[in-house]
Write a protein that binds this ligand. Structure first.
Ligand code: FEO
Length: 183
């Protein structure tokens, strides 16, 4: 008896996304290594933690496909892009990568809607919310660097930025949780 509750199209899209999340993990790992090599250990620590989050996302896709009776396929992962030229390029790259991932997530939501696969639609809402957090986190990086002086930042302000990112949590609070007392 066929117990696969996913259509071949959805199964493939989810499996591809499992691989895409691993690619994202490798991109942030390689950016982290670049930052570490430049002496920005706090920034590297932030990027390494983010790489691990992406791996966790990949595992969620893997588990979901297996739970629904499908079988995800581990593919060859493309190499990460070349090292960034500057911290600005690094943080812009992180943001761009998150937006690109959001597009991929929305595509799967669209597919689930088209097929009326409400289980997958429901599963994907976690990722829709997660992408709001991840895009906010990435755009906060760009803002912090701008405040520090961008590519003309002094060593002192970069030192402070590096230290701040070492301690920056992996998550940002969602707007849905904000109140007047706790904006
Ligand atoms: Fe797994 Fe950054 O999205």
């Amino acid at each position: 008896m066929n117990t696969n509750r996913l259509s071949p199209t959805i199964e493939k899209a989810l499996s591809d996304q499992m691989n895409k999340e691993i690619h994202a993990s490798h991109v942030f790992l390689s950016y982290g290594i670049w930052a570490d090599d430049k002496g920005y250990q706090g920034i590297a620590n932030f990027l390494y933690r983010h790489a691990q989050e992406e791996r966790n996302h990949s595992i969620k896709f893997m588990e979901y496909v297996l739970n629904r009776g499908g079988k995800p396929k581990v593919d060859a992962i493309p190499a990460p892009p070349a090292d960034p030229e500057s911290l600005t390029a690094c943080f812009d790259g992180v943001f761009k990568h998150e937006v690109d991932n959001t597009t991929a997530i929305y595509r799967i939501v669209d597919l689930a809607l088209e097929e009326k696969d409400w289980a997958t639609w429901n599963f994907m809402q976690w990722f829709v919310q997660e992408q709001i957090e991840e895009e906010t986190l990435a755009s906060n990086l760009i803002d912090k660097l701008k405040i520090a002086g961008g590519d003309r930042a002094t060593d002192e302000s970069l030192f402070t930025l590096d230290k701040t990112l070492q301690e920056t949590p992996n998550d940002v609070p969602l707007a849905q949780e904000a109140t007047g007392d706790n904006p």
